[in-house]
Design a binder for this molecule. Structure first.
Ligand SMILES: CC(C)(COP(=O)(O)OP(=O)(O)OC[C@H]1O[C@@H](n2cnc3c(N)ncnc32)[C@H](O)[C@@H]1OP(=O)(O)O)[C@@H](O)C(=O)NCCC(=O)NCCS
Length: 169
């Protein structure tokens, strides 16, 4: 069974090593890294999964970003990801447990919209993420429009057009 702990309790070098195993070696060039460039992951929303032997098997990080609308107004959002589970342990529920931990930690009073780049088949099916509201959004690098996902209580409040980038509050 997964043991979920705050990511801030994990050695940063172990987190990087895990991400290297879950993603391709040039992962730092991914557009998601540019969207959150210069920001730090949010300790209250970022978690690690340990296996039965207390080995690190998965991580989730969330970041402060903003969608800047056509009038230059920033709309704060939470960027979710990367969600990463080491290849040997995938399909055992660790990914779901990490997502539950982060989404449950969002403020119930004022949850910011959550945005991510991921497979709509996974994040739509289990968590209600959708690419429909993001069709007019742009990112600071190449992206597949179908994989730009957002989740929020009332999608009608989201700007139809905007540029996603780091939160510079
Ligand atoms: C995506 C990832 C985090 C999922 O974690 P996981 O621990 O393997 O997933 P879980 O065991 O919690 O969930 C498994 C379920 O999700 C489904 N699933 C997993 N990845 C999927 C994907 N990319 N698309 C569709 N369904 C997917 C499985 O089919 C399974 O469904 P079932 O419960 O009906 O059998 C993990 O596979 C991973 O680290 N992949 C490499 C990194 C990555 O691509 N991260 C996502 C982008 S940030």
């Amino acid at each position: 069974m997964a043991n979920i702990i705050p990511l801030s309790d994990v050695d940063p070098a172990l987190i990087e090593a895990l991400l290297d195993r879950a993603f391709e070696p040039d992962r730092h060039k991914r557009t998601a890294y540019k969207v959150r460039e210069g920001t730090q992951w949010l300790p209250g929303l970022s978690f690690a999964a340990l296996d039965e032997d207390d080995m690190l098997v998965g991580t989730i990080q969330c970041w402060p970003v903003a969608l800047t609308d056509a009038n230059g107004r920033p709309h704060p959002m939470i960027m979710v990801g990367p969600v990463a589970v080491v290849p040997d342990e995938q399909g055992r529920g660790f990914g779901k447990a990490l997502m539950v931990a982060s989404l449950a930690a969002l403020s119930p009073q004022a949850p910011l919209p959550q945005v991510m780049i991921g497979d709509p088949e996974y994040y739509g099916r289990f968590w209600g993420f959708s690419n429909a509201p993001t069709a007019g959004w742009t990112l600071p690098g190449p992206w597949e429009p179908r994989r730009l996902l957002v989740r929020c209580d009332n999608p009608d409040v989201l700007p139809r057009q905007g540029v996603l980038g780091p939160w510079r509050g």
